[in-house]
Structure formats: C-alpha cells, structure tokens
Design a protein around this ligand. Structure first.
Ligand code: HEC
Ligand code: HEC
Length: 198
C-alpha cells in the first residue's frame, strides 16, 4: 500500500515535470539549428558555443538580446528567436545548455600568439573569465571564453570595444579599452588553444 502511494506520487511528479519540458521543446529545436543539440555551434563560425555556460549567464545573455544591450549585428534571427520566448522557456533553454559539457572544437591557433594571449588573459581578463571545467565556473563573474569559437570571440570583443555591445561591468570595458588589435588576436588564439581538461 505504502509503495503504491509512493509510486503514484513519483508518477504524478514526473507527469507535472514533463509538461513545461514538452512545451519548451519546439523552441529548443530552433536553437539547435544554429547552436547544435550539443551546444557546440554549427556551420557558420559566428554561431557561438553555448554548452557549459552557467545557466545564470545564459539567461543574462538572452535578456540582454531581448532588451537591446546586445544586438544581433550579424544574425538577426538570433534576436528574433529569443524575443519570442516566455520566461519559463528562457529558463528551460538555459538549464538545458548549461547542463552540456563543453567539448573542444580543435580550432587552429598560433602557439606564439597564444602564449602572448595567456599573459594578457591573466593580467586583464582571468579574474572574471575562468575555463568551463573550472570548479568555480558557476561563481565566476564572466562567461567562460576558453573553447569558444574564435570568429565569435573576435566579433564580441570588437562589439564591446566599438560601443556596439553594452558590457554589464565598466571594469571589463576599461580592460578592453587598454588593448589593441594585436592584443585581441593574441587573446583569441589563446582561447582557441584550449583543450578540455587543460
Ligand atoms: C539563426 C541562428 C540562431 C538561432 C536560431 C539561435 N541563435 Fe543564439 N546566437 C546566434 C548568434 C549568431 C549569436 C551571437 C549574436 C551576437 O551577439 O551578435 C548567438 C548568441 C547566443 C547566446 C550568447 C552566447 C554567449 O556566449 O554569450 C546565447 C546564450 C544564445 N545565443 C542562446 C540561444 C537560444 C537559447 C536559442 C533558441 C531559443 C538561440 N540562441 C537561437 C545564433 C542563433
Ligand atoms: C570585472 C570582470 C570582467 C573582466 C575583468 C573581464 N570581463 Fe569579459 N565579461 C564579464 C561579464 C560579466 C560578461 C558577461 C556580460 C556582458 O556581456 O557584459 C563578460 C563577457 C565577455 C565576452 C562575451 C562572452 C560571450 O560569450 O558572449 C567577451 C568576449 C569578453 N567578456 C571578453 C573579455 C576580455 C577579452 C577581457 C580582458 C581583456 C575581459 N572580458 C575582462 C566580466 C569581465
């Protein structure tokens, strides 16, 4: 008797949980077109890796696209897609992609530039941006950049630098403004040199 009641409660809970998940699915399918079901970014090198970004950061980014702090300068369909999401769909998408492990894309990189980038990263960016496998990634102030697609990082840095993307923190804007194009290239090579488990 006791077991039966327990089982019924479990079934009911499973049923209730499956309702919002089922509702969110068609929208997630749209994300898969560009970010991939594995969250690693597909086809166009501008489609970022979103696997392994902590959920709170994914939500923060999505709301930044919705309220215009971030603009979809190269791919308007990204902003159109997230503008149509309900709050619970935003949370469901964030939980889903946050739960995926960031594999690495084996991007090409220049070792000399990557070494220069590592130093710049430590000095200007490392306090907030930690690798995706770091045990503190959930508490880090910034989004993990290691293993991100190089074209996207280059574009995002340029957007902050040129005032086309509003950074959440003035501290980051300040760090970025101290660097030049060669420094950005070095940083991009450094983030591309990331291999899981580094
Ligand atoms: C048509 C392709 C496309 C679709 C569909 C799409 N995205 Fe994107 N997504 C992009 C591009 C391109 C960017 C970079 C936009 C920019 O900053 O200009 C992006 C950026 C993001 C970011 C920020 C990544 C970061 O590192 O800060 C998140 C999070 C994200 N998308 C989640 C989603 C979710 C969730 C969905 C589905 C509801 C979705 N995207 C649908 C192409 C797409
Ligand atoms: C004080 C903390 C802080 C520092 C220092 C910092 N950042 Fe950030 N960074 C953030 C936060 C928070 C975000 C996410 C919110 C936003 O878009 O501003 C972010 C986002 C980014 C993004 C977009 C990531 C994405 O996936 O869309 C890039 C690229 C970036 N930072 C590069 C840098 C670089 C390069 C440096 C060093 C020169 C740097 N940041 C230094 C806090 C920081």
């Amino acid at each position: 008797m006791h077991t039966c009641t327990y089982r019924c409660v479990v079934c009911l809970a499973a049923l209730l949980l499956s309702i919002p998940a089922a509702g969110a699915e068609p929208r997630l399918e749209k994300c898969f077109d560009c970010h991939g079901a594995d969250g690693m970014g597909k086809a166009d090198p501008m489609y970022p890796v979103i696997a392994g970004i902590p959920a709170a950061h994914i939500e923060e980014a999505i709301y930044a696209y919705i309220d215009g702090a971030r603009q979809c300068l190269r791919e308007p369909r990204m902003c159109e897609t997230v503008a149509a999401l309900t709050e619970s769909e935003v949370s469901a998408a964030a939980e889903y992609f946050a739960g995926l492990v960031r594999e690495y894309n084996q991007e090409d990189f220049d070792a000399e530039l990557a070494a220069k980038g590592a130093v710049l990263h430590e000095r200007h960016c490392g306090a907030c941006h930690v690798p995706p496998h770091d045990e503190d990634v959930g508490y880090a102030i910034g989004i993990p950049l290691h293993g991100q697609r190089p074209d996207y990082i280059r574009y995002a840095i340029g957007a902050y630098f040129g005032g086309k993307r509003e950074p959440l923190l003035d501290t980051m804007a300040h760090e970025i403004q101290q660097l030049d194009d060669d420094d950005f290239d070095a940083l991009v090579n450094y983030y591309s040199s990331y291999r899981s488990g580094d």
